[in-house]
Design a protein around this ligand. Sequence first.
Ligand code: ATP
Length: 203
Amino acid sequence: MLKVGITGGIGSGKSTVCRVFSVLGIPVFHADLQAGRLQNEDPGIVKELKGLFGLEIYSAEGLLNRRMLASIVFNNRALLGKLNGIIHPAVHREFEIWSAGFSDFPYIIYEAAILFETGNFRNFDYTILVIADEQERIQRVSKRDNSRAEEVIQRMSNQMTDKEKIKMADFIIENNDNQLIISQVLKLDQLLRSKSHVWKMDR
Ligand code: ATP
């Protein structure tokens, strides 16, 4: 079973692409969703985050105040590094446990907003980068999250540019309005199955 990482900037459409892979029967692990879950549910992580950011980073109901956390780490690289050092290994452990259940699949997918930035891409057999024009991404996210373009641009500024990531990715999916992702995913699916030793598995 091959392990494939999918990433892409905000609003590039990586979740949309992953939905197509899911329809083809490919298991998809959503790293950012898992990170959110662990931050609220894993007692060890909750304790570490409270120690690092103060008790007030959690609400009375025990939910992490993501907005407060984001505003703290936005301008503090050292704290961001510590946060990542707590969350990323925990998410990766979850992924390893999860992926063990799919050994008879040709490949599985790990979807994350950040893959190249952390060096985590090295843990995968192949990487797929979803790209789309910046203006289009800003419009999509503003519409989806009902947020201002400036906020989206600010979030984008924390991520590596597509130009940098294109050099590192094995495969690229272009997701602008005039491009069809389904045919691109079907092609990649065939390619990945052909590279996998369980490619004959008909799922
Ligand atoms: P994020 O990193 O912010 O979670 P993402 O890369 O996972 O974003 P999606 O959530 O898949 O991106 O897509 C962003 C928004 O754009 C969604 O509302 C989605 O429905 C829409 N979208 C995705 N692809 C297209 C497309 N080709 N044309 C128009 N809208 C699209």
